[in-house]
Write a protein that binds this ligand. Structure first.
Ligand code: PLP
Length: 406
């Protein structure tokens, strides 16, 4: 008789964004004439950069010719892309990463969910609270949960590191030593960053405790302040304790194309076993390579033209972030993030719960954001807005919120 993986039953409720979609659909059905503006989900709205479009057309044409047609891509990615990545994202920043330490994939979500597979089921993991839900859910699915503690909304075997106003939304070293530590800066959902010195302290702490850091750098393109690392490999010793995840979604608008990569240094070992070899084995078994045309599109991101266009896209969204930040500040909201990140994290007014504020904004002004409590217990009383809308919608949304509270 077939039996299900009972770990799935431990996941509390449906995924955050499904709940939001359901509420928005219900609202639209009963208010068909109201324009809803979505600043909730972190999806981009601007079209792909021109350099990417040109590369896509060219590579599609190559697929139509006998001489240039390509079948299965190499498991770990085409060399042309891995070399372009290494040159710009690492060597230019003084990081010692080689092309064969890059694993090209279909994005950071799948890699961030799957990377736990190469570690023991017994591993204890530490996550920020609030957190990108994929880290927790994927570990719960894999059996690393214990019981769900309803009252604190936490799993007994997962260590939660509170990120709140008091610590500047930066996690502190936990009392228990975890085996795996998930860190993400610039952070989703809080929009917080930590300095390179703070990140160095995490690297030192992980090495001292033989822990592995899984560093999610999906938003590194949004860093403009100095003293913040774009990659954990800018820190001394990170090659001995860190795996890094990257995405083409938020810098170059690939949310619909799908492309990302994971870095695993060859010398990174646990109990003498190379994590690079384990991930190569896993990747080769479960994944047949990102499509050729998409990898060519990714390569175009690293051309001079592509880099300039990506910079423009990031500036466009960061201009939205500034509008949201200054508008909400003027209206008296307590806001953070939005400086080196496309997310704005605001305290709900009048001690409303996150979901009450969600319902209030949707009902009063037709604006959709994301309730902070959906990202973990320390997200309660907070709300996330994203800068990924169009400028026009962002302005209209913030003006509606500010006017409604006047
Ligand atoms: N990591 C973080 C922290 C994210 O916020 C997201 C998407 O929102 C991802 C990874 C997923 O990126 P991708 O589109 O490359 O799967």
């Amino acid at each position: 008789m077939a039996k299900i993986n009972e770990n799935y039953l431990k996941l509390p409720g449906s995924y955050l964004f499904q709940t939001i979609s359901k509420k928005v659909a219900e609202y639209s059905a009963s208010n068909p004439d109201k324009k809803i503006i979505k600043l909730g989900i972190g999806d981009v709205t601007k079209p792909l950069p021109d350099a990417v479009i040109k590369a896509l057309h060219k590579s599609v044409d190559e697929m139509a010719c006998q001489e240039t047609f390509r079948g299965y891509a190499p498991d770990l990615g085409y060399k042309f892309l891995r070399e372009a990545i290494v040159e710009t994202d690492f060597i230019a920043r003084g990081c010692k990463i080689e092309a064969d330490e890059i694993f090209v994939s279909d994005g950071a979500k799948s890699d961030s969910a799957s990377i736990q597979e190469i570690f023991s089921e017994e591993s204890k993991i530490a996550v920020c609270d609030p957190v990108y839900p994929v880290y927790v859910d994927s570990n719960v699915m894999a059996g690393r949960s214990g019981n769900y503690k309803q009252e604190s909304q936490t799993f007994e075997k997962i260590i939660y590191m509170p990120c709140c106003e008091e610590n500047g939304f930066a996690p502190e070293f936990p009392d228990q030593v975890p085996d795996l530590i998930y860190l993400c800066f610039p952070n989703n959902p809080t929009g917080a960053v930590i300095s390179k010195d703070q990140l160095q302290r995490w690297v030192d702490w992980a090495r001292k405790n033989s822990s592995i850091i899984i560093y999610d750098a999906a938003y590194e393109a949004y860093i403009s302040s100095s003293g913040i690392a774009h990659s954990i490999y800018e820190c001394d010793g990170a090659r001995e304790c860190a795996i890094e995840l990257h995405s083409f979604s938020k810098n170059a608008g690939f949310t619909g194309l799908r492309l990302g990569y994971t870095v695993i240094p060859k010398n990174l070992k646990v109990d003498g076993v190379s994590l690079h070899s384990l991930w190569a084995r896993r990747h080769g078994t479960k994944y047949n390579g990102a499509p050729y045309i998409i990898q060519r599109a990714g390569e175009a991101v690293y051309t001079k033209e592509g880099q300039a266009q990506v910079k423009d896209l990031v500036s466009y969204y960061m201009n939205n972030a500034s509008y949201i930040l200054s508008g909400l500040k003027k209206a008296g909201f307590d806001v953070s993030g939005g400086q080196d990140a496309p997310y704005i994290w605001l305290k709900t007014p009048d001690h409303m719960t996150s979901w009450d504020f969600f319902d209030y904004l949707l009902d009063k002004v037709g604006i959709v954001g994301t309730p902070g409590s959906g990202f973990g217990p320390h997200g309660e009383g907070y709300f996330r807005l994203t800068a990924f809308g169009t400028y026009e919608n962002t302005v209209e949304a913030i003006d509606r919120i500010v006017n409604c509270l006047d």
